[in-house]
Design a protein around this ligand. Structure first.
Ligand code: AMP
Length: 425
């Protein structure tokens, strides 16, 4: 069994060159869109003190209770591979006193997260998220913008999705609702699953999250949190909806959508794919006004979301695949050693001029080089043999329409420039 050591761990995988173009396209796209909304990137460490997540995500959650990759480092400190990034972002915000000056801070991140989850289709133990956070504002327009950017990002990639929206109230109105929920739950406890029974006592709101089929009829009968909102939360929720409507964003009310921890307030949302099956959640987010204080920082209003890249990448429409495949603009074919040296020189000059060139180091016949050029999707092939070398004029073959003609190096550069312009129009 020793070859097990030469394989990836369960729930992890290599992202190979054949699929990496999709990932890069998504990441590049994210960077552009997020910066259009004035979000700047933050990169926090992948390992953090375990306590950060225990406090920042909550000991009651599955993530902290069962799924963290935690170990002791050489100094005996308990460290954890980050299972999500919001706690780290808020830690960085506090540690670097980014709240100084009192303005709004808009941050985004892209990177791997780690959760030791049960094996399931669409669930990985190392997976990738893109997320955005707005710190320093309790304005409902900030909530609307966070939702808008997530939807805009998905839509611009051609991915169909649906917004599920709820408000989970605040520490002043939620206790009354939870009390009501507990008393209603008492009637059904013997019929509900073991998790529901446990949560009814420890983290009552999370009962609403239960996915067990037999529990659903009882859960659907439970009162809705939106009927218990205080005036301020209710006002925030209706203003958020007005902003969404003004942005042309439709939503589906989701009164059972909750976040189980006290520091989550008001807005909670999920974005689901209209195409994926059981694991259809693409993104989740909400307002977490109490998190900074919980981590030892000042009171800070904040809202954010995290979007799963692994699922998103599988949803990218195939007809766009040409956009994310790497293709050489020029394949340079050569015959013989002197031509090879010229090919190296031309490739070097073109790369300095920012053209993608391919040059093979395994000398083969012209036929085999043309075959490779086709396989790579090259747009043009430059052919250099003794004749061409002598005359300093090369044969250029278009693989799009099979035309072939002769040109000098300066003419080649000019041609590539105009070909690039042409492909952009
Ligand atoms: P969460 O941080 O749990 O709110 O998740 C936000 C998004 O990340 C989800 O909607 C999924 O798209 C994605 N996600 C969460 N966990 C996983 C996982 N184990 N594998 C793949 N994607 C995940």
């Amino acid at each position: 069994m020793e070859d097990l050591y030469l394989k990836t761990l369960p729930g992890t995988r290599d992202l190979l060159p054949g699929e990496i173009g999709r990932w890069q396209a998504v990441e590049e796209h994210a960077r552009r869109i997020f910066s259009n909304y004035a979000f700047l990137e933050i990169r926090t460490p992948i390992i953090e003190a375990t306590e950060l997540f225990a406090r920042g995500i909550g000991g009651e959650t599955d993530i902290v209770g069962k799924e963290m990759y935690t170990f002791r480092d050489q100094s005996g400190r308990s460290v954890t591979l980050r299972p999500e990034a919001t706690a780290s972002v808020v830690r960085a915000y506090i540690q670097n006193t980014m709240y100084r000056g009192g303005g709004i801070t808009k941050l985004y991140y892209i990177g791997p997260m780690f959760r030791h989850e049960k094996k399931q289709k669409g669930r990985w133990r190392q997976f990738y998220q893109i997320g955005a956070e707005i710190l320093g504002s309790d304005h409902p327009a900030a909530d609307a913008e966070i939702i808008e950017i997530a939807l805009h990002f998905l839509q611009s990639l051609g991915v169909e999705s649906k917004l599920l929206l709820n408000s989970v109230g605040c520490p002043s109105c939620r206790p009354k609702y939870i009390e009501k929920l507990r008393s209603e739950l008492q009637k059904h406890l013997p019929k509900l699953c073991a998790d529901c029974n446990r949560r009814a006592a420890t983290n009552t709101l999370r009962v609403l999250d239960c996915k067990v089929e037999n529990c659903q009829p009882y859960i659907n009968e439970l009162p809705c949190i939106t009927d218990y909102l205080c005036v301020e939360c209710s006002d925030h929720f209706s203003r958020l909806k007005t902003y969404l409507e003004a942005a042309g964003i439709g939503y589906e009310p989701a009164p059972r959508l909750v976040r189980g921890l006290d520091y989550y307030v008001r807005t909670a949302f999920e974005i689901v794919s209209t195409e994926l099956g059981a694991q259809n959640a693409l993104a989740g987010g909400g307002r977490y006004d109490g998190l900074s204080e919980l981590l030892g920082g000042p009171p800070v209003h904040a809202i954010g979301f995290a979007l799963g890249l692994d699922r998103l990448v599988t949803l990218l429409p195939e007809e766009r695949s040409a956009q994310w495949q790497w293709r050489p603009e020029l394949f340079i074919a050569y015959m013989g050693e002197p031509a090879f040296n010229k090919a190296l020189e031309i490739a070097r000059e073109l790369r300095r001029l920012n053209y993608a060139c391919y040059l093979d180091f395994l000398p083969g016949s012209l036929k085999s080089q043309l075959r490779l050029a086709n396989k790579l999707g090259a747009k043009h092939v430059l052919i250099i043999g003794d004749q061409e070398l002598y005359r300093q004029r090369y044969a250029l073959k278009s693989l799009q329409d099979s035309r072939q003609w002769e040109l000098s190096f300066p003419e080649l550069v000019q041609y590539l420039q105009s070909a690039r312009k042409g492909s952009q129009t």
